[in-house]
Design a protein around this ligand. Structure first.
Ligand SMILES: [Zn+2]
Length: 194
């Protein structure tokens, strides 16, 4: 809200098109289920091998640097708001990654009446599929799920360079565009949420 107010004030002071910092207003981000109560986020690395840990840390770093002062990620070992984890969801699962609450509960059941999470959110990468991925490709999946935890929903933009990290399909997001962290459209969403 503070950000919205600041934007409104700057529009009054300098009513020109250049004031708008939204990178591409035509490509709207989508709001997700819920968000963190603040942009100061405590995160825990619950990955089990270096190939996933590096990808998780790099995904956090990508969000931290792209969102500038809006988001700050602090690594903790307990009391985390966000847990980044790898797990084998098996052949029938069908997704490379997913964001869930504790004990595999869905996101909706972990959202409070004020629109902020009431439990830690887990950004999972499914090792059944991702064991065959490069570290950057795993990072792309982690960064996508972290976006859900931050409050963004999937976005359908299909082509580089406008495709956001919130594009749910790995093929255009990573295999074609090579994106491993948030894109301008994703940050537009964060600017409104935090
Ligand atoms: Zn998604």
């Amino acid at each position: 809200m503070r950000r919205l107010l600041a934007l409104a004030v700057s529009l009054i002071v300098l009513p020109t098109a250049t004031v708008l910092t939204l990178s591409n207003p035509a490509l709207a981000f989508n709001y997700g289920v819920c968000k963190f109560a603040s942009g100061s986020i405590k995160w825990k690395d619950a990955t089990r091998t270096a190939g996933y840990s590096t990808a998780a840390q790099n995904a956090i770093n990508a969000w931290d640097s792209a969102a500038n002062s809006l988001l700050t990620f602090t690594k903790v070992t307990s009391g985390a708001d966000l847990v980044v984890a790898d797990g084998n969801f098996g052949r029938g699962f069908g997704y490379e990654s997913i964001a869930l609450g504790p004990n595999q509960t869905n996101l909706v059941s972990n959202c409070g009446v004020d629109g902020t999470w009431i439990n830690p959110i887990y950004a999972w990468v499914n090792t059944y599929m991702a064991d065959a991925y490069s570290v950057p490709k795993r990072q792309s999946a982690f960064a996508h799920e972290i976006g859900h935890a931050l409050g963004l929903d999937d976005s359908s933009a299909q082509s580089c360079p406008n495709i956001p990290i919130m594009q749910p399909s790995t093929y255009p997001r990573f295999d074609v565009c090579g994106y491993t962290g948030p894109r301008p459209d994703d940050i537009d969403g964060i600017e409104v949420l935090y």
